[in-house]
Design a binder for this molecule. Sequence first.
Ligand code: ZN
Length: 422
Amino acid sequence: MLRFLCLLILTTAFANRATFDNYQVHRVVPENQEQLNILKDLEDDPNGLSFWVGPSRIQKAVDIMIPPHMLPRFNDILASINLKSEVYIGNVQHLIDTERPKVRPTVDFGWTDYYTLDEIYAWLDFLNETYPGVVTPIVGGESYEGRQIHGVKVSHRAGNPSVVLEGGIHAREWISPATVTYILNKLLTSQDPVMQDLVQSFDYYVFPVVNPDGYVYTHTTDRTWRKTRSLSNNLCYGADPNRNWDFHWKEAGASSSPCSDSYAGESPFSEIETRSLGRYLDDISDNLVGYLDFHSYSQLLMFPYGHTHEHVSNYDELLAVGLDAAAALALNNGTHYDVGSIYDAIYPASGGSIDWVRGVLDTPYTYVWELRDTGRYGFLLPASQIIDTAEETLNSAVVILQHAKGRLRGSKNNEVQDIARP
Ligand SMILES: [Zn+2]
């Protein structure tokens, strides 16, 4: 524990951090194709703008962060296409300054603050030491800057069907690793019989931060960074690791422009993070029945596919279970989630991890959450909301896992695939 506390102190020293004084986030809703096209052109060549929610289709809201010096030009562009905007965040830096508690809580990992990569990895080490025989360290891959994608496997019984929890593929979505670590902790400590049953029924492979370079960069340098940190074209850093998976790559909702936040990369699996994690997932795919992926923001619970409106074979089942899960999520705090396929519920987006897991590995229960909120804080969700967010999200995950377990009940391990896979 002492070592862990020392780490907390060491990692509070930061340098060269970008500030966002008077940066605003505006919401615009394109009403015709011309407006949509202009917004898409801007996203491809953002030139200082940052798209927090990118343009996708007519009538779908777009959230854009604008530096103060670009505001007049931005307003001119909007006026030229007769598009109005609403200010959602008046000063991004103010939200960054108030996102975390003023005084760092002294309790280790209490989910009242966001944690650095080093702190999360130290906590995983602590779990490995504390739960021998149940928790084992795993490495899902590596990053461009040479970090490892650390995770843990939680297993009470050899040969269980397995579930993967993925967090932090988009660097700035801090509520994602916070939620994944919270759920992991509950898997190990909850006395609730339902949770204990689910822990016995599956093996869990948990990776809180699968884009470690990006996550570190959001802590040290730019809180709003989304992508990986590779540099292969000498133009802009990074590719969108959730547009880079080798399944219908770049067919929809992904950019060819290296400076875009949704840049798909030079080729499928061009990013070592996705390539190495994909290899790891392939290795464990025989028993894999579930893949739960956590993003923010928008309050959506979604399932494949993102590249096409065509339905997966168990679409009706995924939708029904998703609606039940969203109802369970709403019970604690009334938080509303929309449910649907990625393509229908949010926007066409190809090359995401859950599409690859479903399309290539044939994993039946693949879901992705876009966690809180709906845009008033965006990626800068106050740490005071972590526990409520994670707790309500866990309730929805329990519904999905219980359903998967019910479908598997009575089958022997070697029949899992035949029964579970659609
Ligand atoms: Zn995301």
